[in-house]
Design a protein around this ligand. Sequence first.
Ligand code: SAM
Ligand code: SF4
Length: 329
Amino acid sequence: MLQDQFGREHNYLRLSLTERCNLRCFYCMPAEGVPLSPKDHIMSTEEIETIAGTFVKMGVNKIRFTGGEPLLRKDFANVAERLSKFNCELAVTTNGILVDQYLQTFKDTGIKKINVSLDTLDESKFNSITRRDYFKRVMSNIELLFTHGFVPKINVVVIKNVNDNELIDFINLTKEWPTTVQFIEFMPFSGNKWDLTQTVRSEQILEAANLYFGKNNISKIQDKANDTSRKYGVNSYKGNFGLISTVSNPFCDSCNRIRLTANGRIKNCLFSQGETDLLKAVRAGEDLEQLIRESIYNKKSKRGGIQDFSSESGILKAQENRSMVMIGG
Ligand code: SAM
Ligand code: SF4
């Protein structure tokens, strides 16, 4: 098992397949995009297989494909097919635009856990958040997933005065959809012009739900050991909603996550400043296991060493990080 210095076991790898994206969500990246790594600095299909295989050998039993937009990667089906041979659950987080092209791949490779990001149910707001015009496609692809027997979770980054007036509309989706809508607190990263006043705390979301539906009509749902979201449901609704409180109340004590960027660097935390270059090591024929073990062991206790986001130094540190599009969430 991959343990850090605090005894936390790490069995979940978030694997970024590309730095590119077909959206430009303002909370994730600057409008002009981000400088991309040269193509030959991005992991090839074979290198992903080797590195992911090493993680699995060391105890990882869940891999989530992310990005950038993971389905933009031309060899996505091939990567998924190769990794499906490992004794490991596969999952994907996507903006949904290309989902219709990969239904068969999801079925063939056993990808059942699909998270689709959708921050608003209003088309013109979607266009201004994402700076692109794909709302109808994303909505129809979410419906298509249900038609094909998948139960996608919906990821919503909640931002003050942007989409916090849609919380109830999103929860109402769970009346008929047996899904989880995950409300994520807006987090600071390089280039996203974050400010604490724009973060809607999970607690405020729960208050809004209690106020609208009545406290007695909302039940707490049992979370699993390493869940990052605290789940609640409106009684009699088929689905439920989850609160992901990275800013106001991080869940670092039970963190089991490792991140690998598309250019092959381990980030042992979403907010870690340091990275470990596994791609360079694999190309030099070096031992990956030792590097992985050291990186995980040295993980900081909380948010990559950032104590809080209310101090100037905490915010600056967070914004010295990569943009989210270059990490993968
Ligand atoms: N392109 C895919 C997508 O959008 O689902 C996968 C990559 S995206 C970086 C992964 C997740 O990070 C998405 O759910 C997105 O909403 C979330 N995210 C991006 N920037 C964020 C921020 N500043 N705060 C909180 N979540 C963020
Ligand atoms: Fe692209 Fe996902 Fe970031 Fe939006 S959140 S810009 S879809 S990577």
